[in-house]
Each structure stands twice: as structure tokens, then as C-alpha cells.
Design a protein around this ligand. Structure first.
Ligand SMILES: Nc1ncnc2c1ncn2[C@@H]1O[C@H](COP(=O)(O)OP(=O)(O)OP(=O)(O)O)[C@@H](O)[C@H]1O
Length: 468
């Protein structure tokens, strides 16, 4: 090989001229770019036009540092006098390249630099698509694991109340579009369930629904959580960088829960993404474009936050395109029984026997205000299902914090300062709570209460707590 190379050299070099040199350079498949010490482009081969889509005549004589505002590797080489190899991003053309650059010397003085590179944008994009898909797969795996551990899962949205139905009809209409949805309602009212329902009835249903709890993420992490970060963006950053929730949600839906808890600084960044559907990763310069549908939810009064200057008005208008307001449970008590039945059916299946509510419990449920809404109802019923050893859930099976109120209503005592009655009520509450805490294990409950077996069983009988 070296002999042949030498033979070619010796036979061709005598006839060597510029034309021949250019022909060789033009037949190279990679881009060859030469700049002088001022970064003026003095030569670009034909591959330049083919690969970068820009005619050579258009760039010859132009200064690279005016075209490429961020530092290109070849310019660094010019400044450092050191060769360089590897990947680079050409911001002006939005392409990724790989190759090598080296300086040209005249004696010891750098008089220019050469860069030989190929366009690897397709490979980089495929790789980032792969990373994204992997990120989505990891996220869904994590979600699936959490879902499997949830005590309840619902396929249907339970509710017949007329105001709720209006909201659901509107939700079904908006689900078919790509409009931004803002779900408003108190804590535990079913905002997340509704967000899922909207996503699942949209054309994006086979793509990911990515949830971000804006209140749960510390302020200093939220930007990287939403937009991701590049390798080495900050101390403690994961090697290779990390995809943000917006990238994970590409082609799907992002659910921004507790949006009212987002800081003003982050609100500004979010507004840009909502308007332009593009952002940069933390520590990155490349602009990433995403195709996402946004669903936001909050239990806060955004209008009064705007008045106080804690929520941006422009962001509010961006989000509030189709507001879906969920009525609190106390204002839709007609759904109480259907919801209770859904939860009881689930617990009955888990416990292996059918559970029902006593008339007193039904009355109490109708009177109670349900500040924690559906989540509270679900928790109350879960607690009661465990505590009640029989089929019927009685008042004393409800969590202790509800019982004083229920007892007061049930007995509507005429002697509010009757010591005996107050002591009895407190005793009963303590026993029910101890049983609940120890999973109905009576020995453990009585040890915790510090009373004898006999006294314990006496009290169970006296207070009508199930004995079987
Ligand atoms: N219509 C419904 N049918 C059945 N279960 C529901 C319904 N709405 C809510 N739930 C259940 O109630 C609980 C609370 O619902 P969800 O998490 O959607 O409320 P939220 O309004 O998003 O609460 P938060 O504001 O605290 O985030 C969940 O366990 C959910 O499964």
C-alpha cells in the first residue's frame, strides 16, 4: 500500500496543480471547510453544498464567526492552535456534525484552520428518539408499578350530578381537540381522574400522559424536571443528561398538577413553552421543539393570585382556554351513594365479603361536609371496611376524627357537660382507633390501650363494637 502510494505520489506530483487538488477535494464525501485567521471562509468543497444545503458561493468570503454565533469547533481550533475531534452542533443550520478540525501553520503562526466533517443529524435524532422512547418506557414502568399498588383503580368516571355531567360533556368535547384544558376544583375532587379521562378520549391516547406535580418538586429542580438537562449541566447531574417531562410527553399530553404552586420565574418559562412549543434543556443551547397537549389543574383561586401578583395573568389566559370546574362533593351529594358503592364494591372484593352502610352512616354521610371530597370518602370507607368485622359499616367504624361529630348529631345530647358521656365517647373513640391501628388485632389493641382483657371486652359490649 505504502509502495503504491509512493508510486502515485511520485508520478502525479510533478503535474500537480490547483485544479487537480480541487477535484480530489470535491470528490470527498465529507465536508471540507477552510478558514483563514480572521475566520473568513476561503474554501468549501462541493459536499458543503450537498450536505448543508447552502451554495458554496454564498459562504465564500464570509466570516464564520458572524454566521455561527455560538463557538464552532473550527474557531476554537483557530484560537487554541490545537486539533480537535468529535461531535459539534451547527446552530445556524440546526444540524449535528462529526469530524475533525486542525490548524494551519506558517512557521509557528496559525494562519487558518481546516474542518472535515459529516452530517450526523439523522443519527443524533434517531438516538434522541431512542432515548426519549426509553425514557417514556421507564416512566410508564414506574407508573405501572405505582398503579398496581394503588388500592383502587377506576375505568369509569362515577357521577350523575347534573353540574358534574355538564362538566363531563364539555370535557368530552374538548378531549377531541388539542386545546389546553384547565381543571379547577378543591383537593380530592377528582381533577387527576378527569385529566386522565380527557387524555384517554383524545387522539393522543396511545401516547404518554406525563404528570408533573408542580407543588411536589423543589423550586431548584423544577426547571430540569420539566425541560431536562445536558450532560454536566450542574453538580450532581446524571451522566449523559436527562430528558425532561416535556420531552417525555412529546406527541402525548403533559398534566401540570397544582399549577398554582409554581413560582413566578417558572411561570415565565412555562409560558414560553406554551406559546412557542419549544425550549432548551438546562445547560444546553439546542432548541427542542415538542408537540404536546397541556392539561393543568389547581385547587387555588388563580384570579385572586393574579390580584396578589403571585400568578401571571398572561399564563392564566393561555391556560384558561377551556376551564373545567369540578363541583365539591358537598354540593353533589346525589353522587355520594354511587361513589360509596364503587368504593365498597372494590373493598368487598378485596376482603371477600359484601359490605353495606348502616342507615345511620348514610345519614351521617349526607350531612357531613366532606372537606377532603372524594379522596376523603374513599379513605373513610377504606378505614371503615377494615375496622368493621361484619358486613355492615356502623358509625363507630368510621375514623375517630369523624365520630365525635357523628355522635353529637346522632344523640343530639341535651347534657353537653355530662362527664360520664364524654368519658364514654372518648373511650369508644380510643378503642376504635386502636383496633384500626392494629388491623383489628384485639390483643395488640388492648395492650396498646393498657387495659385488662376483661375490661376491654366489657367495653366492646358496652359500646356495641363488633365482638366476633
Ligand atoms: N368520579 C370518580 N369516580 C371514582 N373515583 C374517583 C372519582 N373522582 C375521584 N376519584 C378518586 O378520588 C381520589 C382523588 O381523586 P384525584 O386524585 O383525581 O383528585 P384531585 O382533585 O386531583 O386531588 P388533588 O387536588 O389533591 O391532587 C382518587 O383516588 C380517585 O381515584
Amino acid at each position: 500500500m505504502s509502495v503504491r502510494a509512493h508510486a502515485i505520489t511520485s508520478s502525479i506530483i510533478p503535474h500537480w496543480d490547483r485544479e487537480l487538488l480541487f477535484e480530489i477535494l470535491n470528490n470527498i464525501h465529507d465536508v471540507v471547510l477552510v478558514i483563514d485567521s480572521e475566520t473568513t471562509i476561503v474554501y468549501a468543497n462541493e459536499a458543503y453544498a450537498r450536505i448543508l444545503g447552502v451554495p458554496v458561493a454564498k459562504v465564500l468570503g464570509r466570516r464564520l464567526d458572524t454566521i455561527e454565533t455560538t463557538s464552532a469547533k473550527i474557531i476554537e481550533v483557530l484560537h487554541t492552535g490545537q486539533p480537535s475531534t468529535g461531535q459539534d452542533y451547527v446552530k445556524s443550520l440546526n444540524i449535528h456534525v462529526i469530524g475533525n478540525s486542525f490548524p494551519l501553520f506558517n512557521d509557528k503562526e496559525v494562519i487558518g484552520a481546516v474542518s472535515i466533517f459529516k452530517n450526523i443529524t439523522e443519527v443524533v435524532e434517531l438516538n434522541s428518539e431512542l432515548q426519549r422512547t426509553k425514557g417514556v418506557a421507564d416512566y410508564l414502568k414506574e407508573q405501572l408499578e405505582q398503579w398496581e399498588h394503588l388500592p383502587l383503580s377506576f375505568k369509569e368516571y362515577v357521577g350523575q350530578n347534573s353540574r358534574l355531567k355538564e362538566t363531563l360533556v364539555l370535557a368530552a368535547k374538548v378531549a377531541r381537540t388539542d386545546s389546553t384544558v384547565l381543571i379547577l376544583g378543591e383537593s380530592g375532587v377528582g381533577k387527576e381522574v378527569l385529566a386522565r379521562a380527557v387524555h384517554n378520549s383524545s387522539r393522543r391516547k396511545d401516547k404518554p400522559l406525563i404528570k408533573v406535580n408542580c407543588a411536589a418538586i423543589p423550586e431548584e429542580l423544577i426547571e430540569s424536571e420539566l425541560f431536562g438537562y445536558e450532560d454536566g449541566a450542574f453538580t450532581g447531574a446524571k451522566k449523559g443528561g436527562k430528558l425532561g417531562k416535556f420531552e417525555l410527553a412529546h406527541c402525548g399530553t403533559i398534566f401540570l398538577d397544582e399549577i398554582g404552586d409554581m413560582s413566578i420565574t417558572m411561570q415565565a418559562k412555562l409560558l414560553r413553552v406554551l406559546q412557542e412549543k419549544e425550549f432548551e434543556r438546562v445547560g444546553g443551547t439546542k432548541t427542542i421543539k415538542v408537540n404536546i397537549r397541556v392539561i393543568a389543574a389547581t385547587n387555588r383561586d388563580l384570579l385572586s393570585m393574579i390580584e396578589k401578583g403571585t400568578f401571571r395573568r398572561d399564563l392564566y389566559y393561555r391556560l384558561n382556554i377551556v376551564p373545567l370546574k369540578l363541583t365539591p362533593l358537598r354540593e353533589r351529594k346525589d353522587d355520594l351513594m354511587a361513589l360509596s358503592k364503587t368504593f365498597l364494591d372494590q373493598f368487598s372484593r378485596e376482603l371477600g365479603h359484601e359490605l353495606t352502610l348502616s342507615p345511620q352512616v348514610i345519614r351521617f354521610f349526607q350531612e357531613y361536609e366532606w372537606p377532603g371530597n372524594i379522596r376523603e370518602l374513599q379513605n373513610v370507607l377504606e378505614h371503615a371496611s377494615i375496622v368493621a368485622s361484619g358486613m355492615t359499616i356502623e358509625l363507630h367504624h368510621l375514623p375517630a376524627h369523624l365520630i365525635p361529630a357523628s355522635d353529637e348529631r346522632a344523640t343530639s345530647t341535651e347534657k353537653p357537660f355530662d362527664v360520664k358521656e364524654v368519658v364514654s365517647r372518648v373511650e369508644k373513640e380510643l378503642i376504635v382507633s386502636a383496633l384500626a391501628a392494629y388491623n383489628n388485632n384485639r390483643s395488640k389493641a388492648m395492650t396498646a390501650l393498657g387495659i385488662s382483657r376483661r375490661a376491654f371486652y366489657d367495653k366492646l359490649r358496652r359500646y356495641g363494637i363488633d365482638e366476633d
